[in-house]
Design a protein around this ligand. Structure first.
Ligand code: PLP
Length: 470
């Protein structure tokens, strides 16, 4: 490596996140100036980082060239973000009629769209069938019948995939695990064969095109993917031998993790299981390599290598596309010292209304003082949001050390400083609420050359009243 004059902090990312004139810079744009120009809270999206993340995910194609990436739009479904994703050349996964509407509005072709959903309405299914999307992932035998009824009514054939539950655990949060028999998702293996036979019995109504398992979000290890893929492969092979029907795809779901602990200065303050999960580094390419190597061995043994080669493998990355492409800028609005505990508090204008995972899953977002990014972060501050709720804090209120008790920031951090919450692209904007009458913030998109575009304007007070009758 070329000689570096000063070591850059762990959170920095070359040509994207760094320090200029002692302040945080995003693609060379001064974060504090952005905060002044657009107001805070403010979500700042890096279009180049989204493209970088997609390119990294596409490296999985080295191990299986027929790869279809469907961005899990529930992670962040702003039109401006969907547009960048679409222009990067990948497809999209939707979880409701509303997300289907957004995907179509963002310009995705119907065959680029696949739909999941645990509790789809007849209307949503009709919208998907009418549009002629790539596939509807069926969550139960009941839903197969419902799709057949809707397809018959519309006089259109639906492409369907059976979503399996595989009894596969991961080292992530209980609520982020979706392939356990105790989870609410998917069709049990004991029911899957009968369900596939039933789907094949009505070829004029449904075309059975694939199998799907989503093991869960922020999955740190490849093993659950290997297990899930093997389970689907065995079903596929059995179906082929029994009926001659060739499934077109296997969908391995999302869950490729993001390293939220690039900066490890406070990692040791986080409980160890959580630390492993938040600091995961599994790549899509590594996951695919291990999965394909294992399954290829079985396929060759079974004389079915061509079946595997002909298969389209679908992945549904959400977090891995968008999480580290977004920075939430928030201003310190109040400060206090508590003589009884000796603690210093900083109160920001962004709470769990914008970072719901912070309280729901104790999710760690690294904090940087954007106004003093060049100063050493050596002082401890209790950080909290603006909401009228004692739970709106940036630490683990229950003392379980899922989050650090205090954040390390520069000594003289104070009112007026702009704090940057890093890696806040996934499950933030798409989960935000207007609790406490707080209008939704603006979101801006920054390009490589530092040009800036507002992709969602800040809500006004009038917007808070939308659809209300007096
Ligand atoms: C949420 C979800 C995803 C995306 O998960 P990430 O962890 O964000 O990659 C993919 N597939 C399904 C079915 C999901 O529910």
């Amino acid at each position: 490596m070329a000689s570096q004059t000063s070591p850059s902090p762990g959170w920095a990312i070359e040509k994207y996140l760094g320090i200029e004139n002692d302040r945080l810079s995003i693609h060379g744009v001064d974060a504090v100036s952005l905060a002044e120009r657009f107001g805070t809270p403010l979500f700042v999206v890096s279009a180049p980082r989204i493209r970088h993340n997609i390119a990294a995910l596409l490296e999985a194609a080295h191990h299986h060239s027929r790869l279809k990436l469907c961005y899990a739009s529930k992670a962040n479904n702003l039109l401006g973000i969907l547009r960048v994703v679409r222009e990067a050349g990948i497809d999209v996964e939707v979880n409701s009629g509303g997300e289907l509407f957004r995907a179509l509005r963002a310009g995705f072709e119907p065959m680029q769209i696949e739909m999941n959903g645990i509790s789809k309405s007849e209307e949503e299914l009709a919208e998907a069938i009418e549009a002629g999307i790539y596939t509807i992932n069926l969550d139960s035998p009941f839903e197969l019948e419902l799709v057949e009824r809707v397809a018959a009514r519309l006089g259109k054939r639906a492409r369907v995939t059976v979503r399996l539950v595989a009894g596969v655990g991961t080292r992530s949060h209980a609520a982020l695990q979706t392939a356990l028999y105790t989870s609410k998702f998917g069709v049990s293996p004991s029911q899957a064969r009968e369900m596939m036979r039933r789907a094949l019995a009505h070829p004029e109504l449904v075309e059975l095109v694939g199998l799907h398992i989503h093991v869960g979000s922020q999955t740190p290890d490849p093993e659950p993917y290997v297990e899930a893929f093997t389970a689907m492969w065995n079903h596929l092979l059995h179906l082929y031998r029994e009926t001659g029907h060739r499934l077109q795809h296997i969908n391995i779901g999302g869950g490729i993790p993001v390293n939220y602990l690039r900066d490890r200065s406070q990692a040791e303050e986080i409980e160890s299981g959580e630390r492993v999960m938040l600091g995961a580094s599994l790549t899509a390419a590594e996951m695919m390599k291990q999965t394909i190597e294992t399954v290829r061995a079985t396929a060759v043994e079974a004389g079915a290598a061509d079946l595997l080669d002909g298969l389209e493998i679908v992945m549904e990355p959400g977090r891995a596309v968008i999480a580290d492409a977004v920075t939430l800028l928030t201003t310190v609005r109040n400060q206090k010292h508590r003589p009884e505990t000796g603690e210093n508090w900083l109160l920001t204008d962004a709470g769990y209304n914008l970072m719901l995972s912070m309280v729901m899953y104790h999710w760690y977002y690294h904090a940087v003082n954007g106004s003093r990014a060049g100063a050493p972060s050596t002082a401890r501050f209790r950080l909290a949001g603006p909401l009228c709720d004692g739970g709106d804090v940036y630490f683990d209120l229950h003392g379980g050390h899922h989050l650090p008790d205090c954040r390390l920031l520069p000594e003289n951090s104070q009112v007026g400083d702009v704090i940057a919450m890093l890696n806040t692209g996934a499950y933030t904007i798409s989960q935000m609420t207007a609790y406490n009458g707080r209008p939704f913030p603006a979101t801006i998109l920054v390009e490589e050359d530092g040009s800036v575009e507002v992709i969602r304007r800040r809500d006004s007070y009038e917007d808070l009243l939308l659809n209300e009758n007096i």
